[in-house]
Write a protein that binds this ligand. Structure first.
Ligand code: NAD
Length: 383
């Protein structure tokens, strides 16, 4: 395949992040598709994209598109990914991969049988300091992993007037905070340690049981101008908060807290991993620093600087020390790995990016966590 071209379905928050990252890599974005051509057109103009497809199926069918990026609400991932695979396209799908494990298992099977490259957008792995933590763990720096602790906290659903499709289970899924942000934390910490979760014990809470939904669709940020009569009240059944105890293979233990109602925590993923030799800690709001904890000497704070990183992590840092790399860069680094793999064309090589197998694993974890919260007991993950 000489020239590899992409098409992006979804033009909301994260679709443009895909477009920008692809272009930084010199990959042509043939066109985009949104919920309607009318809504997609201004987005296309802002991004200087010439082609707006009337329907996402036209994008999938376009012979000029080799790779389909899916950045739509969660319930659409399965039909869109399935159609793209059936059209012989490589697929980069947003997380969570699907609404349940039947769907995610089927997507994994179909993509494997079709011989297409498949990726799930667990982009947080691609912060250089997360790659560094992975490389150091893989060479044994941590020793035996004892404890994997941390949280993913946000405040964008803090008020009862905060509304988004993620609050509607038929669009977002029956889990909210756990599926939306918890799976990022679980994917990242398993990637770093190489350990899979075997069993979970979960506690959920919905602190805002009734929310006010705008009676008509509104653009982002216009919500502040609405009056009381512009809302309808709706009961909420998904979790604002969850804490999950984790039992890993090999005996490590963990605990993860996720919440979308923590004032002041905008989008903060943090982990600490305690091993028998040292500890590693990272905070996504200070992403260019990796903390290394020692018992018998001063702790270290490693700043992102390619000259100080292991060779593997260095490959995912584009700028010299002191030149910070952040959220948009993670998309670029992830697609660099995916498109390099597509270009190489050898699907027998283990991919160095999250695939549908990882996406399926996260959906299995979600199902175990949901069951545990419902039944208030430890639940084994059905790998
Ligand atoms: P959003 O609501 O801002 O955007 C969703 C987009 O999907 C909109 O452009 C909408 O027009 C489009 N869409 C809806 N129905 C469609 C249809 N039938 N055909 C074509 N397009 C359609 O949502 P978002 O925050 O961008 O989230 C989208 C996905 O990305 C979700 O699965 C979410 O979990 C994921 N996401 C991932 C990250 C990350 O860091 N990896 C961050 C945010 C969102």
């Amino acid at each position: 395949m000489d020239v590899i071209r992409a098409g992006v379905i979804g033009t909301g928050f994260i679709g443009p992040a895909h477009v920008e990252a692809l272009r930084r890599l010199g990959i042509e974005v043939v066109g985009i598709a949104g919920s309607s051509p009318e809504r997609a057109r201004p987005k296309a103009e802002a991004l200087n994209i010439r082609k707006v497809y009337a329907d996402w199926r036209d994008l999938v069918a376009d012979p000029a598109v080799n790779v389909v990026h899916i950045t739509t609400p969660n319930y659409l991932h399965y039909p869109m990914a399935k159609a793209a695979i059936e059209a012989g396209k490589h697929v980069v799908c947003e997380k969570p991969l699907a609404m349940n494990s039947q769907q995610s298992a089927e997507l994994l099977r179909l993509a494997t049988q079709a011989g297409v490259v498949h990726a799930v957008n667990y982009n947080i792995r691609f912060y250089p300091m997360c790659q560094e933590a992975h490389a150091r763990a893989a060479r044994g720096d941590l020793g035996n992993v004892y404890i994997i602790r941390g949280s993913y906290l946000q405040d964008w659903l803090f008020y009862d007037t905060d509304w988004n499709w993620r609050l509607e289970p038929e669009l977002g899924g029956s889990l909210r905070a756990v599926a939306d942000i918890g799976t990022h934390w679980l994917d990242l910490t398993s990637f770093i340690t190489g350990l899979r979760v075997q069993a979970v014990l979960a506690d959920f809470r919905t602190f805002i049981p009734v929310r006010k939904k705008p009676a008509k669709p509104i653009d982002t940020f216009v919500g502040k101008e609405l009056r009381a009569e512009d809302y309808v009240e709706l009961p909420i059944h998904t979790e604002d908060y969850a804490t999950v105890l984790l039992a890993y293979e090999g005996g490590a233990r963990g605990v993860m807290t996720v919440s979308q109602v923590c004032a002041g925590r905008k989008n903060r993923l943090a982990f600490e991993i305690d091993g028998s030799r040292l500890a590693l800690a990272w905070d996504s709001e200070r992403p260019n620093e990796l903390w290394i904890g020692h018992r018998d000497g001063p702790n270290e704070l490693l700043m992102k600087d390619p000259s100080l990183l292991t060779p593997r992590a260095r490959d995912f840092a584009s700028y010299p020390g002191g030149h910070n790399e952040g959220f948009p860069d993670t998309f670029k680094q992830l697609y660099k790995a995916v498109y390099r793999y597509i270009r190489a064309g050898d699907l027998t090589v283990p991919p160095d990016f999250p695939t549908f197998a990882d996406g399926h694993e996260e959906v299995l974890l979600c199902e175990a966590i949901e069951r545990s919260a419902r039944e208030q007991r430890w639940v084994e993950v059905e790998h």
